[in-house]
Design a binder for this molecule. Structure first.
Ligand code: HEM
Length: 732
């Protein structure tokens, strides 16, 4: 039953909560607005979610004047609950973790008799799981406990819909982009539902921090609270996310400082992340300025001893010179020109030493043979990849007119620069969302089981062509809604693509592959026409329907995109190959993984870092730019050696050690910047599922290298054929 006294109190408080100011911030390329949530009574945007959660619980009679509210939060949500509970006259037990700001903790301890603080993280679930464990304990101890459960309580989402979102819609007649930092998912879910209702064609861009798992990234140690999460919060699935941007903690710190210098706003970490994301996203924007809004989610005062303290920033290597998340400062600090250039050797071990030596010698080098510039260092690779205005992807590839492979040109994001890249990627990201990919889990499991069943029981099998490649091709085909006959074509084509990257392969005939590409193009045109007449709930139909700024994809672009998904998707096949090679060469790691399958997530990240499938990516400098202290003139081919950057000793401690649970592991195997792998979430999901089932169904796996064909590591780490010796268990 509703406690009427409490209900009247909370309704009166709603009338006292004024809408926060919408402030216009001058910006050279966009019309930018900040909604100043930091002026809320609790100091942050969380006030709205906390208010609505308490209000609804009071209305349902779940909170009365005898209630003790118990909640896990590392900061703002606890502060919002704190003033609300104090005003309502009910008790609060906040449960904090060691990342909490000192100022927040002091305020809470001064307000409440009991404040709980956990000590250590729980596995990959981090501090959040420790806090949730402690909440459960406290709930057992207190009488009339109420747990708001901000991570899955849809009332929090509703608060942002009814309050924050409604205020935004009332103040802003037009909105093209809304950037939202994500943590519990409530803010982005509530706001995205509201703005997509109120503004036609608005894009909602989710901003997460490296090390958070919300958008499918690998978990790693983070120093700053307020954004990201070590578990994927269920509320995120209720958000309509058009695109996402992942920001490093170093960029987060820079974003906060920029906001302060450029606009005089002292904001907290999540706001700095969002501001950095906006600047990165619109760095090359030309043409009419879109209307962009974001929340100034909280103030910077609690971060005085962290983000705004130069000593803390230096100690955590988050300043401009550190170059990477959690980078160490060992090794060369400046690039030096190189006089002695040796060509990369083909032998794998020698090649890895060559990369290591080059990186140690100078992270940026110019080859005297005039074959361009080579970037080996981690921070320097990020500099190139983050600057598409200077380093173009469009000019890096040339295809003869009339070539069958023209199929790969239309809609090929990899070979595109802004602004076209941004438009097209925006359209694709609108449908190929993390939520969409998460929903593919049952289909991926089924594909893996199907192909495992085909090799199961064989003492030796050809892992690439009988397992990894068909699994990856079938997943792409089924995701696109391709019927079974067409799936066969996808698998054959996938095999062709693999043979193309192995110059010595018997089945490598350019003519034959070109014939199949033409066949595939004809098939896809016919399939697309069918889908246009008769749409389904697959990715192809979603691509047909997708619209951004009044623009839709042409048939050639959709077909080019499908070709791109299938061809770049092969990286997942080769990463599955690399995983087995790494585990074969590190039997102790294989045994450990068999005993603790929860390590699969970090183990896959380590495989990507250690045997970096995409050895290098190509760019062309289109204007002069300085990278790592070296001036690269316009018109130069630039090779970014991702495999070297992922072994950069300034960033990775003992990179030559294959360390299953390496953390942090901010590798660049999936790229960086605007071309960051679009299929990252899908790749991670299919690789983890395939390895989990393979390990569960075998007691022994090893590689017969004599009967295998490893690829040339100077181009790609992987194998076109891999004979695996297996002992199978009874588990099916
Ligand atoms: C572990 C497996 C994978 C690895 C290591 C990987 C690696 C990469 C890298 C390094 C890039 C950036 C290229 C550049 O900067 O020039 C990239 C881009 C891309 N990847 Fe992946 N990839 C993987 C799996 C996949 C899968 C499964 C798909 C889709 C089915 C996919 C689709 C794409 C697309 C479409 C792009 C282009 C994005 C753009 O240019 O905006 N990738 N990938």
């Amino acid at each position: 039953m509703t406690d009427v006294v409490l209900w009247e109190r909370i309704e009166a408080m709603r009338r006292e909560m004024p809408a926060t100011e919408l402030r216009r911030l001058p910006h050279p390329r966009i019309e930018l607005y900040a909604k100043m949530e930091l002026t809320n009574p609790g100091g942050s945007t969380k006030d709205r979610a906390a208010y609505w959660i308490l209000r609804e619980a009071i209305r349902r009679g779940e909170i009365t004047r005898r209630t003790t509210v118990v909640e896990s939060s590392s900061g703002n949500f606890a502060l919002s609950l704190s003033w609300l509970c104090a005003r309502l006259g009910i008790q609060l037990v906040p449960v904090l973790d060691p990342n909490v700001n000192g100022a927040t903790e002091r305020t809470l301890r001064r307000t409440w008799d009991r404040v709980e603080k956990v000590e250590g993280p729980v596995g990959a679930g981090g501090f959040l799981l420790s806090r949730l464990d402690r909440v459960a304990e406290v709930m057992k101890e207190v009488d009339h406990g109420y747990w708001p459960d901000q991570y899955s309580n849809t009332d929090g989402l509703r608060g942002h819909y009814e309050l924050t979102g409604a205020e935004l819609a009332a103040a802003l007649p037009r909105l093209d982009y809304l950037f939202v930092g994500i943590s519990t998912g409530a803010t982005i879910a509530g706001l995205s539902q509201r703005v997509t209702r109120d503004y036609a064609g608005v894009s909602v861009v989710a901003v997460d921090v490296a090390g958070s798992v919300i958008l499918g990234g690998p978990p790693s140690r983070r120093y700053l609270p307020g954004i990201g999460s070590s578990i994927r919060p269920p509320l995120i699935d209720q958000a309509t996310i058009t695109e996402s941007v992942i920001v490093s903690e170093r960029e987060e710190v820079a974003g906060c400082h920029d906001l302060l210098r450029e606009h005089g706003v002292l904001a907290g970490g999540s706001t700095g992340c969002v501001y950095a994301a906006i600047n990165r996203y619109f760095a090359d924007r030309q043409g009419p300025a879109p209307v962009v809004a974001f929340l100034c989610a909280d103030g910077g005062e609690p971060y005085r001893n962290t983000i705004y303290d130069p000593a803390w920033v230096d100690a955590h290597h988050l300043g401009p010179a550190a170059g990477a998340t959690a980078a160490s400062t060992k090794g060369p600090s400046m690039a030096t020109p190189v006089t002695e250039w040796t060509s990369p050797p083909q032998d794998e071990a020698e090649f890895v030493s060559w990369l290591d030596a080059r990186c140690a010698q100078a992270p940026v080098q110019c080859s005297p043979k005039q074959d361009g510039w080579h970037v080996f260092g981690y921070a320097e690779a990020m500099e190139v990849l983050a600057n598409p205005g200077a380093f173009s992807s469009a000019t890096a590839v040339d295809l003869p007119e009339g070539s069958a492979f023209q199929l790969f040109r239309e809609g090929n994001l990899s070979w595109m620069d802004p602004p076209r890249h941004r438009q097209l990627r925006g359209l694709v990201s609108r449908v190929f969302t993390p939520r969409y990919v998460a929903g593919l889990a049952p289909m991926i499991e089924a594909c893996v089981e199907e192909y495992l069943a085909a090799v199961r029981g064989r003492p030796r099998f050809e892992y690439v062509n009988d397992f990894a490649s068909p699994v990856v091709a079938t997943v792409v085909a089924r995701m696109l809604g391709i019927p079974s006959q067409g799936q066969e074509l996808f698998r054959a084509w996938s095999g062709d693509l693999l043979s193309l990257i192995d110059p010595g392969s018997k089945s490598n005939s350019l003519k034959q592959v070109a014939r199949r590409v033409r066949l595939m193009a004809a098939y896809l045109h016919e399939y697309l026409a069918r889908r246009r007449r008769n749409p389904g709930d697959d990715l192809t139909s979603a691509l047909v329907r997708a619209e951004l700024d009044g623009e839709r994809l042409s048939d050639d672009e959709i077909i080019g995109l499908i070709a791109l998904l299938l061809s770049t998707g092969q990286a997942a096949t080769l990463t599955l190959v690399n995983a087995v090679i790494c585990l074969d060469r590190h039997p102790a790691a294989m045994a450990r993984l068999r005993g603790d399958p929860d390590l699969l997530g970090p183990a896959v990240e380590e495989v990507m870092r250690y045997r970096n499938q995409t050895t290098r990516v190509a760019r062309q400098s289109v204007r002069e730019a300085t990278v790592g202290g070296q001036t690269i003139p316009a018109g130069q081919p630039v090779t970014v050696w991702l495999a070297a950057a992922n072994w950069d000793r300034r960033v990775f401690d003992r990179p030559e050690v294959f360390q299953l649970d390496r953390s942090p592991n901010p590798h660049l195997a999936l790229g960086y910047g605007i071309h960051f792998c679009l299929g990252a979430a899908l790749a991670r999901q299919e690789i983890v599922v395939a390895l989990r089932r393979l390990l569960a169904q075998t007691s022994h796996l090893s590689v017969d290298y004599e009967a295998s064909r490893l690829l040339d590591p100077r181009l790609i780490f992987g194998a076109s054929e891999l004979t695996v010796v297996a002992r199978w268990t009874d588990e099916a």
